[in-house]
Structure formats: C-alpha cells, structure tokens
Design a protein around this ligand. Sequence first.
Ligand code: N01
Length: 517
Amino acid sequence: DVKVFERGAGIGGTWYWNRYPGARCDLESDSYSLSFNDEIEQEWNWTERYASQPEILRYVNFVADKLDVRGNIELNTTVTGAVFDEGTDTWTVTTDTGASARARYLVSATGILSVPSMPTFEGMDTFAGEIYHTGDWPHEGVDFTGKRVAVIGTGSSGIQSIPVIAEEAASVTVFQRTATFTVPAANRPMTENERKATKRSYKQLREQMRRSQVGVLLEPGIGNFADVDLRVVRGELERRWRGAGMSTSMVLSDNLRSIEANNYTSQFVRDKINEIVDDPAVAKLLEPHDYPIGTKRLALDTNYYDTYNRENVKLVSVRDTPIERFSPAGIVVGDTEYEFDAIVLATGFDAATGALERIQFEGVDGRTLTDAWAEGAKSYLGLAVEGFPNFFTVTGPGCPAILTNVIASIEHHVEWIADYITYMRAEGITRFEATPDAQAEWVKHVADMAAMTLYPTAASWYMGANVPGKPRVFLAYIGGLHNYRDRCDQLAADGYVGFAHASDGAPLKSEQLTVGA
Ligand code: N01
C-alpha cells in the first residue's frame, strides 16, 4: 500500500523541471533506462543516442501508464514535514495542501539535483527583463528570437543550453566564473538495427551495468600514466574525443588518482579548445585550470566550443571580477553595464541534501534532520540515517548514485528497500534504525575512499562547495556500484548488519510511503 506525494503537476522529476533548450541526458539512452520490466524494454524505442528531455519525459509517462501507478501519486503536493512517533513506530507526513498521511515506512525519492541554487545578486528584483533558471524552466517554453540574452553559469546546464539559445537569440553573453571541461557528445539518431541489437542483448547489458563501477558500460583505461606510451595515449584520446562520451577522460586508468595523469588528459582538452576556438583570447578564457578533469562532472556537449566562434556570442569572465549586481537594464561587472532582455541562471542545484533539508523531518526525541546534518550529511549506506527510524533515502548522501548512472543506483536502492521491508514484515519487526557505530564507520569509509582520489581537490557540488555556507563533505561513495551492491547484499544476508530492530509498534494497515515521483 503505497502513497506518493509529488511537488510537480506531473511526474518525471529532473526531466519534468529541466526543460531548458538543449536539455538531454549525458548517458546513452539504452543505459539510462529502467531494467526491471521486459515489456517496457522491448516496447519503447529510443530515437537518439543521447535522449532529449522531452523524449525522457515521454518515456517516464509511458512507464507510469504501463505499470498503472498514477492512482498512487498525489501531484501538486509539497511535503512540508514528517514526524516519527515512537509509540506506534510510524511517520506522519504533512503537506502544503493539508493532505497528510501516516505510514510505517517513509521513503524519500526527492532527487539529488532537484532544488535549484538561486544566486542572490543585489538588484535582482530590479531587472526589467525576464529571469529564468535552467532547473525550473517555463513549461510553455521561451522564445528568445531577437532577444539579448545573458547566461550565468557554465556547468552542464549552461554548456547544453548556450549553443541552442545562440541559434535563436540576437545575442548571447556568457558569464563564466569557472571554465568547465566538456567533450563532444557525438549525439546522433539511433538506427533500427541498433535498437534491435540492444533489445536482443538487454539482459546481458543490464547485468554488466549492475556489475560495473559506475552503472554504465564505459571504455576501460589503457594503463597508468607511468606505464604507457604517451603517443598511444594521445591516439586513444583523439579516438575517444570523436564520440566516446564519458570514457574520453578515462584513457589513463589513474586519471582520478594521479595528478600527472590528470594533467595530461586536462591538457589534451585544453589543446582541443585552442584548435576549435578561433579567437586565442576567448580560447584562453575557456581553458579549464581550476580543477582536475573528472573531479567535477564531465559535461557532454553539442557544438559548445564552436559556439564561441559565432558573431552573436560573447564570453565574459567573472572569475577575477565577479558580477557586482543586477540593474534594471542588465548586469554590472566592474565598470561595465551589460544590457539584456533576458537572463538565464544556469547556476546549478543545492545537491544531494537540498530537497531533504527543506522538509522538517523530526526523528527520535524530536531531533530534526537539519540538526543531524549541521556539520555535513551523515548516513548509513546513503540509505538510512541514525535517529530517523523507518526512514529510507533513495540516492541519499554517501551512496554511489552521484557518480553512477543514477537509474542503476535508484533501481538497486528500490529493490534493496523492498526486500528489507519484506524481511521486516516476515520477522514481525516494526522498527529499524541505523546504529550510530555503523553510520560512523560508513561515513569514515566514504571519506577515506574519497581522500584516495583527486575528487576532494575540486570545489564541486559533489563537495557541497557550490552552495554558500554548506558544510564541505564529499557526498558520494566512490567504491563503485558493484562493490556497493555486494556490501548491501552481504549485510542483508547476515540479518541487516548495522541496523537495530524492534517489534513493539502497533500494527498498521498502511505500511509504505514514498515522497517524490
Ligand atoms: O550546475 P553546476 P548545472 N556567479 O553546479 C556558476 C547534472 N546535469 O546545472 O563553478 C557566477 O554544474 C558555477 O560557477 P562555479 C550534472 O550532474 C546533467 O550545470 O561555482 N557563476 C557553475 O559554472 C551536473 O554536474 C546534465 O565557479 C555562478 C554553474 O553556475 C549537475 O546537473 C545536464 C554563480 C553551475 O554549474 C549540475 O549542473 C545538466 C555566481 N554567483 C545538468 N553561482 C546532463 O545529463 C553559480 N555559478 C547532460
């Protein structure tokens, strides 16, 4: 018996909200899709190598209809609070519509990148034109024809939207604080033969994905920097640049552990930028130098660097001289006022913890999740939080999801949670809770693993570094989906090691609850 509350007027989460021009997935369509239902796999036809946002949203709706789950979902409903009652081992959930629900289990599926990070520039409310955020794009679309458009932010969302907006707008001015590494997506239509071949091999493909480091099949590295002939590395980088997507930065096996290896790969991309961009001064500004390649999410683009060769596109670096304020006419940087009709904020998200911390969760003794995470998010396996019994977090902080094909991680979590609930019902358990020791050990393990890599050297959203005041904690387990799955399976087989159980709650009819669709 499942009740789902969803803030949106429709389902789809990320793919419901992020409707900015050029939005598409950076993992291949046949990998970035659900694996648990043969009929869905066989009936759905992906049209492009990397699916666009509208196509993924159509897919989500196709799945919901196929599985007939819409009846369980209450749309247009924002969960505001959830309080655990120790007398009955139940959660009571409250919402902004007045609807509420009581349930034995509470499952958050509120997403990793679901709360747009809104900058607070002085004078924002005085700007006479329109302001849009890529993560909350108007559903009716935006017509930029003839408009002077500013884009602030050059992460994946900026990198995808800038080339498309530039084709339509009179002019585009990009305000870049940190140059991002991006590689060509080499997107193209899928052929009927490719679709047939994938459908025939889905079973093996999915199994390989589950047993992989990142939940998707990428080309392996060819060796460590110290051991390989650099002419071979260069040749392989050139080959992968033409269409290997995420694998492009992984030619050197130690790319995320050795700064020498990483420098080599980073320089290859910088050389490419200089080959593509006509104006050497613009190319110089576009060269990323602030972090090792791969320690922030690698972007996949379509014509991003080429776009800076267009007459109507201008790049303004705000690295050394930040945006001072918005004015009625536009944006002021230093002594210059730039005038615009519209400003696009591609400024990212309050990732991983943002959506959860906006709900007033009260666990044991009335302690809130915000208090529990005041010094940084802590969780056991990214699935449960000490002090918050009967509460599961799908893709919670400390699980591998951020660094993987998120669909593969979500499927693992959902299956594991369902198995655990089945186990508890069979055992007559009415309450589970992560133990303090298990959580502390996991948090330390996640941090130790991250410290073995270059990841913590980047001021990334993986570290919470993009949100002013957010504690800097590496929010993902880098040990790989395969190892994580093994660990979760083993502790389940051993009787759910690391969880405390009790069996004294009052019996409930309604037992499961999910927030987020
Ligand atoms: O957000 P981001 P995003 N003044 O945080 C800049 C996924 N995704 O929405 O780096 C000036 O990466 C900020 O600058 P800096 C993917 O996982 C996937 O682009 O903080 N600039 C940065 O350039 C991705 O990693 C897909 O110095 C300011 C940008 O805004 C994640 O979502 C597509 C600023 C934010 O970049 C987030 O990507 C899109 C300020 N005050 C997204 N504040 C695909 O599947 C922020 N910035 C392809």
